[in-house]
Every structure is written in structure tokens, then in C-alpha cells.
Design a protein around this ligand. Structure first.
Ligand SMILES: NC(=O)c1ccc[n+]([C@@H]2O[C@H](COP(=O)([O-])OP(=O)(O)OC[C@H]3O[C@@H](n4cnc5c(N)ncnc54)[C@H](OP(=O)(O)O)[C@@H]3O)[C@@H](O)[C@H]2O)c1
Length: 265
């Protein structure tokens, strides 16, 4: 087993572990979504992944550089587009073993600053988009398959993120309720609850480079482990829940360097 400078363990990847498995990753063009696509295709799974921007889809496809990854332009806030995604997935993959519902955006706004429009924007992407993605794609899921939502470590609050935190709490609730509803089909439903993760956007819309640097510094200070998580660490946790945790359903797994666990001094 090799160890890198951050003391994170890595081991050789078996390119055939997931050969023949089919996956969908929403919001797969950037950040941790792309890392999940990469981890799946590295192990031989065939993956359809979404985003709204043609440019980002093309950039992701070039970076992934594998015939196992298939980009699809699809806006998770549009239930009709999710239905069209379902049809494309049915045509190309025939079914789904693993569904990662990962798209999301945050906007920093105080109580006074939240508008009806910004509220709808946040809830549409994070909550409505997550729910209807599962509603429309679940019929394609194989018995014994698994769904992983992306939520946020809400045990520690962050001022200015009320609408976002509320929308992600809704997603946390979906993980539990849908885990119960999908039990008869042996489909497990779980979530990864993230702390500060080093992605191009840090999950926050329209951060300037300066704000991003400041946010990273805050993340390092607030995280008991003293650093932001990597997208590879997130992908490892997501694949663990999806593939290996075969006796686990209805849980949120914190992936947050101890942020939500009250480990501060
Ligand atoms: N980074 C963090 O520290 C952090 C912390 C807690 C939770 N999270 C959550 O983790 C998830 C991934 O975050 P990230 O930092 O990796 O985000 P990111 O780098 O900004 O990537 C977000 C992905 O979602 C896609 N997306 C956004 N709106 C969409 C829509 N309406 N329909 C379809 N795709 C859409 C984006 O592509 P397009 O823009 O092209 O559509 C992109 O592929 C999000 O749910 C986020 O809320 C992140």
C-alpha cells in the first residue's frame, strides 16, 4: 500500500472490479461528481453523467478520456429533462446499478438577502432535482442496486446558508424515506454528508478566486483534521456506500474531517 504526502492511503485499482456495472452520476462534470465518474470508470463500470454546460461536459469528457464515460446535457431542475435522461439511459445502458445524485449549488445569503427567486433556485437544484431524479430513474434500477445522495454536514451550521442547508436537509430526509420505500426492491439508499471539500467551486456559486481562498482558509480552521477533503476521498466514500456497504441503508455518512462530530478543542 502506498502513502502520499497527506498520509492518505491509496492502493492499486483493479480495472475489472465493476466491469459490466452501469451507473449514472448527476452533476458529474466538475469536482467530486467527476471524481466519482473517474473512480467508477477506472474500475470498469459504464457511466452516464450529467451537467448543464456543453463546455463543461466536453472538458470533462476530455479529462476522463475513456469510452466508458458518456456525457449527457441535462438540467436537474427540469423534470422533463430528467425524463429525457431516463430515456437516454434506458437506450444506452438498459438499466442502472448505481445512481449518484450529486448536483448542487450553494449561495451565501443572510436571512434578509434571501429572495423568492434565490430560494427557488437553491431548492430546485438541490431538493426538487434530487427527488425527481430518483423518481424518474428508479424504475430503471436493478434489484440490489444502490443510490447515493450528496448532502452536507448539517450538524455544524454555517451562517448565510439557510436556504441551502434546508434544501440539503430535505435531501437527507429523502435518503431515509426512499430507503424505506425501495426496500422491497432491495435498492439501498444512503447519503454522503460533506464538510469542506476542495472542488473548483467549493460547492458555492460565483465565488471569486479571493473568496475561494478565504473559504478554504476558513475550512482549514473549522475542520478538526485541519484541511479540506479531496474529491478522491469523497469518491471513495461514495463508492463504499454504493458498492461495498451491502448491509447499510438509510444512513448519512459524514465525510467531513470531523467537522460535524464536535471534535473541536
Ligand atoms: N465542495 C464542497 O465543499 C461541498 C460541501 C458540501 C456539499 N457539497 C455538495 O456536493 C455536491 C458537489 O459539489 P462540488 O463542489 O463538486 O460542485 P461543483 O464542482 O460546483 O460541481 C457541481 C456539478 O453539478 C452540476 N450542476 C449544477 N447545477 C446543475 C443542474 N441544475 N443540473 C445538472 N447539473 C448541475 C455542475 O455542472 P453545470 O454547472 O455544467 O451544470 C457540476 O457538474 C453538490 O451537491 C454540493 O452542494 C459540496
Amino acid at each position: 500500500m502506498a502513502t502520499d504526502q497527506n498520509n492518505q492511503h491509496s492502493s492499486a485499482i483493479d480495472p475489472k472490479t465493476l466491469a459490466g456495472r452501469r451507473a449514472v452520476v448527476t452533476g458529474g462534470t466538475l469536482g467530486m461528481g467527476r471524481a466519482i465518474v473517474q473512480a467508477l470508470t477506472d474500475r470498469g463500470a459504464e457511466v452516464m453523467y450529467t451537467g448543464r454546460s456543453d463546455r463543461r461536459l466536453a472538458e470533462a469528457q476530455a479529462a476522463l478520456d475513456t469510452p466508458l464515460a458518456h456525457p449527457v446535457r441535462s438540467d436537474a431542475t427540469d423534470a422533463g429533462a430528467i425524463t429525457a435522461l431516463r430515456d437516454q439511459v434506458a437506450d444506452r445502458l438498459g438499466g442502472i446499478d448505481y445512481l449518484f445524485v450529486n448536483q448542487g449549488i450553494a449561495e451565501f445569503q443572510t436571512l434578509e438577502e434571501v429572495t423568492e427567486e434565490s430560494w427557488d433556485r437553491i431548492f430546485d437544484v438541490n431538493a426538487k432535482g434530487a427527488f425527481f431524479t430518483v423518481q424518474r430513474l428508479a424504475p430503471l434500477m436493478a434489484e440490489g442496486g444502490s443510490i447515493v445522495f450528496t448532502t452536507v454536514s448539517n450538524d455544524q451550521i454555517f451562517p448565510g446558508l439557510s436556504a441551502y442547508s434546508g434544501a440539503k436537509e430535505a435531501v437527507a430526509a429523502f435518503a431515509k424515506v426512499l430507503a424505506a420505500e425501495l426496500l422491497p426492491r432491495r435498492i439501498r439508499v444512503n447519503a454522503i454528508a460533506l464538510g469542506f471539500i476542495l472542488t473548483p467551486t467549493m460547492g458555492v456559486a460565483e465565488l471569486t478566486d479571493e473568496q475561494r481562498a478565504e473559504f478554504i482558509e476558513q475550512g482549514n480552521a473549522f475542520t478538526p483534521m485541519g484541511r479540506g477533503g479531496t474529491v478522491e476521498e469523497v469518491a471513495a466514500a461514495a463508492l463504499y456506500l454504493a458498492v461495498e456497504a451491502t448491509f447499510t441503508t438509510g444512513v448519512e455518512l459524514p465525510v467531513d474531517g470531523g467537522f460535524g462530530q464536535g471534535l473541536g478543542a
